[in-house]
Design a protein around this ligand. Structure first.
Ligand code: UDX
Length: 454
């Protein structure tokens, strides 16, 4: 099918690569001409494992264009247009929909005569589908109307770092519309994913137990709410285990055992029960705030989600308090942070706990040194206002440090030469903010080791 994707960010590029791999004709447009020029040269604006490889092996290459050239670049007007633009948080917590409105303007300038299905893939508040529909109607006055446009919501559940595995082998596909033609088109588009009858790319092998992918077809509002409810529930799970971890520290229990036993109850499940510094990233913070804001609009309180947010951001303050309890004085201390990205396998710094922790330490007069295997170039561009020292080597983080905190659990950090690290530090204190390091090896090497909830 002919597909246009508006927005060449995470969701847009991963969706474009996956749909092209399945044999659809995909044109991806973005208003940023520099980004498009880079993509045409084969340069990706984000770090995502295997994205470049998937784009390279797609049987129909993805075409990249600025909106004005979109129709000329593609083989004809699209049957489906995906809106995959950013919806950053506005001042009151509700998402800023300026980019969505701009995307809709772009779409209405290049409609064909037949049916066009406009699909919201950006995370937009409940009710936005109807709003997009009304913007499209406004842009085509009744007398001049030749195109038939129907709106659908098709939320994405991609995790950064494994976005392509999540695209090709999803747990479920959710398609919502109040128009049967939109649902029919999307089901046709996703048929190879639903049936799992495509040959997997060698570098993204199909997980062993992947069967037919469950499809949920529903109305527009339900699809929109499914996305928020899913993210909020995952966020709740993380905050729940982090609050139990705090109690665990007080009563002398071990959160890793508690979490493992909890997760073995099939009704609870083991995923998203890893205690630590809590969530960051572009989704959980923004989507939980948006859900709370939507509930308020309807006179409801989403108190359980508000509590999860409070617990999450408390983790960042708590780690600084623990450092203070150990070091007593923060002024003049040197603190090393391992990891900048909000999680491993990405260079995304949005709402990253590392940045929050660094700012708190700097405000208390400490020097802060940070390492990350992939996010340093992005940090140099985006975080020039933060007075931390970005270190190209792990050694420079440990050299002369009074304490080192593991903030992002990149696998390479679990395999350091601990005796060497201990020797390089002024005081050999290590706080494992993700419970990811080999405790016995660290203590054997002479480090004082602290973790979360243990
Ligand atoms: C999330 C959702 O998982 C995805 O479905 C949605 O489409 C976008 O938001 P993402 O933000 O990329 O994806 O990462 P995810 O793997 O969900 O992790 C989010 C944060 O939670 C990370 O900071 C991670 O470190 C943290 N986390 C995750 C925990 O602290 N504990 C856990 O047990 C799991």
């Amino acid at each position: 099918m002919r597909v246009r994707i508006v927005g060449a960010g995470y969701v847009g590029l991963c969706t474009a690569a996956s749909l092209a791999y399945l044999g659809h004709e995909v044109t991806c447009v973005d208003v940023d001409p520099e980004k498009i020029a880079g993509l045409v040269r084969g340069e990706l604006p984000i770090y995502e494992p295997h994205l470049a490889e998937l784009l390279a092996v797609a049987p129909i290459p993805v075409r990249f264009a600025v909106p004005d050239d979109a129709n000329a670049a593609s083989a004809g007007p699209p049957e489906l247009v995906f809106i995959a633009v950013g919806t950053p948080p506005g001042a009151d917590g509700s998402p800023d929909l300026k980019q969505v409105a701009a995307a809709v303007r772009t779409i209405t300038q290049s409609l064909g005569d037949g049916l066009t299905v406009v699909v919201n893939k950006s995370t937009v508040p409940v009710g936005s589908g109807n709003w997009v529909g009304s913007l499209i109607d406004d842009a085509q006055p009744p007398g001049a109307r030749t195109a038939t446009v129907v709106v659908a919501s098709n939320p994405e559940f991609l995790r950064e770092g494994s976005a392509l595995m999540d695209s090709l082998y999803p747990d479920r596909i959710v398609v919502g519309s109040d128009d049967a033609r939109a649902i029919e088109a999307l089901v046709r588009l996703y048929q190879p994913l639903i049936e799992q009858d495509f040959a997997p790319p060698p570098f993204l092998p199909r997980p062993a137990r992947t069967g037919r992918v469950p499809l949920v077809t529903t109305d527009l509002a339900s699809a929109e709410l499914i996305k928020y409810a899913s993210n909020a529930f995952l966020a709740l799970k993380i905050s729940f285990i982090n609050q139990i971890a705090e109690l665990s520290e007080r009563v002398g229990a071990d959160i890793e055992s508690v979490s493992r036993a909890l997760g073995l109850d099939a009704r609870i499940g083991s995923a998203f029960l890893q205690a630590g510094l809590g969530w960051g990233g572009s989704c959980f913070g923004k989507d939980t705030a948006a859900l709370v804001a939507t509930a308020h609009e309807y006179g409801l309180s989403m108190s359980i989600v508000e509590a999860a947010r409070e617990v999450n951001y408390h983790q960042r303050a708590r780690i600084v308090e623990r450092l203070l309890a150990e070091l007593k004085i923060m002024k003049g201390r040197t603190i090393g942070l391992l990891g900048l990205a909000f999680k491993p396998q990405t260079d995304d710094l949005r709402d990253a706990p590392s940045v929050d922790i660094a700012r708190r330490l700097l405000a208390r007069g400490a020097k802060v040194r940070v390492h990350d295997p992939v996010a340093l170039p992005r940090a140099r561009r985006e975080l020039a206002d933060v007075a931390f020292e970005l270190c190209d080597t792990v050694d420079s983080v440990f050299r002369g440090a009074d304490a080192v905190v593991l903030v992002t659990e990149w696998p390479e950090y679990a395999q350091l030469d601990w005796a060497r690290c201990a020797k390089a530090m002024r005081t050999p204190l290590l706080l494992d903010g993700r419970n990811a390091l080999p405790r016995d090896a660290l203590t054997a090497a002479g480090l004082r080791y602290f973790a979360v909830g243990r």
